[in-house]
Design a protein around this ligand. Sequence first.
Ligand SMILES: O=C(CCCC[C@@H]1SC[C@@H]2NC(=O)N[C@@H]21)Nc1ccc([N+](=O)[O-])cc1
Length: 124
Amino acid sequence: ARKCILSGLWKNELGSNMTISAVNTDGGFTGLYHTAVTATDKHIRVSPLKGSQKPTNQRKQLTFGFTVSWTFSNSMTVFVGQCFMDDKGKETLKTMWLLREEVSSPGDDWKATRVGTNIFTRIK
Ligand SMILES: O=C(CCCC[C@@H]1SC[C@@H]2NC(=O)N[C@@H]21)Nc1ccc([N+](=O)[O-])cc1
């Protein structure tokens, strides 16, 4: 594909994987996220994701964002990033994320958000 298409199966360097459904006409998409890691002592469960991307007809290397609402803990992650295509047509999603945990009081709000990066490549 000469243009990045987000739908399909992706994995990141942590070993997490995600499936993105078909992207609808306004750029919206949904999917499922299976994280390989957690900072809780909970059992990991597949969690829903919802996001949007810039329409592909405008850009070859599109920007996107999505939110994962974790089903196994009171926390949320937002990912934002861009799809890059190499000259062989291989797509890479370079992302940054914010992970918000639920804290018990406003006084703990300062320590409630983690930040990081993830790179996703397609699982053939
Ligand atoms: O652990 C969690 C939920 C799972 C987060 C997985 C993150 S999302 C960014 C990164 N990319 C991945 O593929 N996986 C990781 N929530 C959580 C974490 C810490 C605390 N805490 O209380 O410290 C509470 C909930």
